[in-house]
Design a protein around this ligand. Sequence first.
Ligand code: R5P
Length: 297
Amino acid sequence: MGLSVFATGNAGAVAETVAGHLDCDCGRVQEHLFPDGETLVRVNPDTVTDTVAIVAGLDRPNPRMIPLLFLAELLRQCGAAHLLLIAPYLPYMRQDRQFNPGEGISAFYFARLLSHYFDALVTVDPHLHRVHSLDELYSIPARAVAAAPSVADWIRNNVEQPLLIGPDSESAQWVEDLARRTDCPFTVLEKIRRGDRRVEVSIPDVERWSRHTPVLYDDMISTGRTMAETVGHLRQAGLRAPVCIAVHGVFADAADRILLEAGADRVVTTNTIPHATNAVDLAGPLAHATRELIARL
Ligand code: R5P
């Protein structure tokens, strides 16, 4: 039973590294975009093995979904019996219930779609808040890799006297875990979202941390408003310039620049979404989880 890896979206680099860890080839995918916006995917059929892992870059998911689903169809057509999806960043996780009458519940629709095409899913720290496990959404075996051990290593090696800070209650789960792993103090702030791009963050009593380096940690930076507000308040309170760390750097609206302008010392992300801020490589843990899931297929 052979194994190969294919990449789609912007996941080429991480797919190569994952394939290296899995000791298998990374097959080439050609995506041709016609003038009318339609896509044709091509692979060399001789490179398709019995088990295939597609590594998919799924930030900005809408235009990337059709090429991904067509690639899945094509690989099955070429003989892949087992198809795994490695989506280092899993989108559509935040609309996990109906907040207003008539709204769609995107997290469920998206999960149903992927569960139809793939036999298993590997991702990194999906945004689980009201839904507590991927199994509540996905009908296929799904594995969530934790970024925390790798992020903790990065903090230990790069930050002097860290104070870990979660910008809102939803980040508490990530920050508490990270604090345990790094043996650092931590605090979680309160956030009030006033609109898509307006966020207010409560100011904690932080004077006693003046000698520490604040490390803001969240599962994702999207518009950057949540972290930027927090950075501003921490700077006003006289704390050092914080390091902003997110597992997933979605960076809508050039959010990395917004954070630096707000007074952050540095912005750091993992390589679940390729970006200049990537400093933590998760290809090893992704490959490890993939191997474990393959053994169960
Ligand atoms: C919220 O539930 C998430 O954990 C992040 O705090 C949020 O998505 C960040 O969004 P933004 O960067 O747009 O403030």
